[in-house]
Each structure stands twice: as C-alpha cells, then as structure tokens.
Design a protein around this ligand. Sequence first.
Ligand code: DX5
Ligand code: ZN
Length: 218
Amino acid sequence: MPELIIAPSVLSMDYTRMDQQLRDLEHSKAKWIHYDVMDGHFVPNLSFGPDILKQFRQSTDLFLDVHLMVTDPTFFAPVFVKAGADSIVFHTEALDNDPKKVKELLDEIHKMGVKAGFSVKPQTPIEPFLDLVEDADLVLIMSVNPGYGGQSFMPEVLPKAQALKKARDKKNPNCRIEIDGGINAQTAKAAKEAGVDTLVAGSYVFKGDIPAKVESLC
Ligand code: DX5
Ligand code: ZN
C-alpha cells in the first residue's frame, strides 16, 4: 500500500497570506498541493487557470496535484502539464463515463511525462473503471459534489474506496486511492480505514495552525 499523503487544497488558502501559508505547508507533513481547476461549466464555479499554477511551480518544490473539473479535459491536460503540474486528474463524467476514452486520456497524459488519474463524482459508480487501476497512478473519489470547498463529507462513497483497494492490491499496488471533499480528522480516519492513502483537505487545513492541522490527518 502506498504511504499516506496529505494534499492540502489551495482553493481554501487565505490569498492575502499566500506566501506565508505556502511556507507553512512546506514546514508541515504535506507533500502535495492539490490544485482545483473549475471552468464554470463542468461545475458551477470558477477557480484558477494555468498562469497561477506556473507561479506555484516557481515558488515551491511540493508536488502539484492538478484536479481538472472541466468539460474538456483533453484540451486542458496539456495546458496544465506545460504550466508545471506533476499529476493530472480528470473526470470520467467529462468523457461520457466511457472507460475506453478514460484510458486514452490517461495514456496521453503519461506520454507528456507526468502522473495521471481519473475522478468520479459521488453519484458515479466506480465498477466500470475498476480495471483502469492498471493504467492510472491515482484514482480520486469525490466525497462532495465538486465545485466548492467547505461542504460536508458523504460517507456513502466509502464503499468505492474498498472496491478500488481490492482491485488496486490485485492489479497495480502502486496506484493511489485519493479522496476529496469534507476531510477533517474524523472523516480522514474513516477514509483511511476504507483504503484511502491520499487525503485532499481544504477548509480544514487552512483554518488554524497549518502544520498541526496536517499532522492531525496523519
Ligand atoms: C471541491 C474541490 C476540493 C475542495 C475541497 O470541488 O475539488 O478539492 O477544495 O475542500 P474541502 O476540504 O473544504 O471540502
Ligand atoms: Zn479537488
């Protein structure tokens, strides 16, 4: 099983203190930064484009985990790879939930030299995609409806982590199982018990003492 990784989501950063918060992250146990890209179409909200990612790339050596909540991930994946992403995760729903199209984009992203993964919204079943753990470096389970930070965790998605863990252990032990939405010390525990090894957390981490908050998720 891959070691536990905490990926704070910069969607919840205090943008008046970005530099300080980035330094706090570097002094915490977080190894990744989770970067949410929203296009106002796939989800009803807008966030950051590639230029801001470039500036994160210049300011930190932390791993940049890019989560594309966009209608056209095939167009945007290379844009964010060029801007400095270390991994690209896109949504199956943006590719008609077609496992063949999902595999093709995973392969395209790998050709660009970065890690590749796919994500499913809470209502999307994981079964059609279980075999793709062989082709992915990570699978991201959404535990809220994507679009906003600060929502409540949906425990009904946890069986997806259990199913993925089974498939992953059999087919590709290095594939990470990541969860995103409503993670705090309590829900992190439930997620880890279900097989999750990569925890995204936004509002929980950026309210209060960042290194202590990250530590409480470990
Ligand atoms: C939601 C984003 C999340 C968000 C999580 O659509 O994908 O990454 O930042 O925020 P919290 O941890 O506050 O639920
Ligand atoms: Zn996210």
